[in-house]
Design a protein around this ligand. Sequence first.
Ligand code: MN
Length: 214
Amino acid sequence: MAIYTLPELPYDYAALEPVISPEIIELHHDKHHAAYVKGANDTLEQLAEAREKDAWGAVNGLEKNLAFHLSGHILHSIYWHNMDSPKDGGGGEPLAADGVGDLADAIAESFGSFARFKAQLTKAAATTQGSGWGVLAYEPVSGRLIVEQVYDHQGNVGQGSVPILVFDAWEHAFYLQYKNQKVDFIEAMWQVVNWQDVSRRYADAQGRTPLIGG
Ligand code: MN
C-alpha cells in the first residue's frame, strides 16, 4: 500500500489567476507533484527490497532519491496551501488586525522589517541556480525565522528547520506563463500568499521541541 498520497488542491485550477495560470496549476499538481509522491513510494519499496535481499549496491542512489522525492512531496504539499486567490484575501502583508500579529512580529524581529524579509526571500528564490526554492523557515534551536535557498527540493537546508512559506522557483512552476522571467514570477507570487496559512504553520512549528539540549 502506498505510504504517501497526492493531496487534493484546496482550490480549483483557475483560483490563482492572473498570477498563475490554470494550465500551470493543473500540470504542476497533477503531473509534477504526483511524480514526487510516486517516487517516494517507489523508493521506499526499493529500500525494503534491498533490506530483504541484503543487497546494498544501489543504496547511495536510493537514499538520494528518497530525499529528493520525499522533500518534493512535502514542499509541494505546503506550497498549495501557502497560496490563495487575491479575491479571497491572498497577498498583502501579515497584519495584527488580520489575526496574524505573532507572525508579523516574528518577521520584524528576525529580519528587521517586513520589507527586508520580502527582499531577502524574493532574492533567494529568484537567484536559485538550476532548480530550487526560496523558503521561510522556523529554526527551532534559536526560535527565529530564517530564509533558506533550497537546491532541488532537499539541498542547502539546516537540519530541523520547519518550512512555513515556500516559493517554488523550478521552471515548471512558471515557464509556460512567464517564460524566462523568473524574477517577475517571484515578485507576482506575493499577490497570492495566504498569510493565515503561514501563520498557522508558524504557530505549529513553535510547538516543536528544540533539537539540541544544554
Ligand atoms: Mn514544483
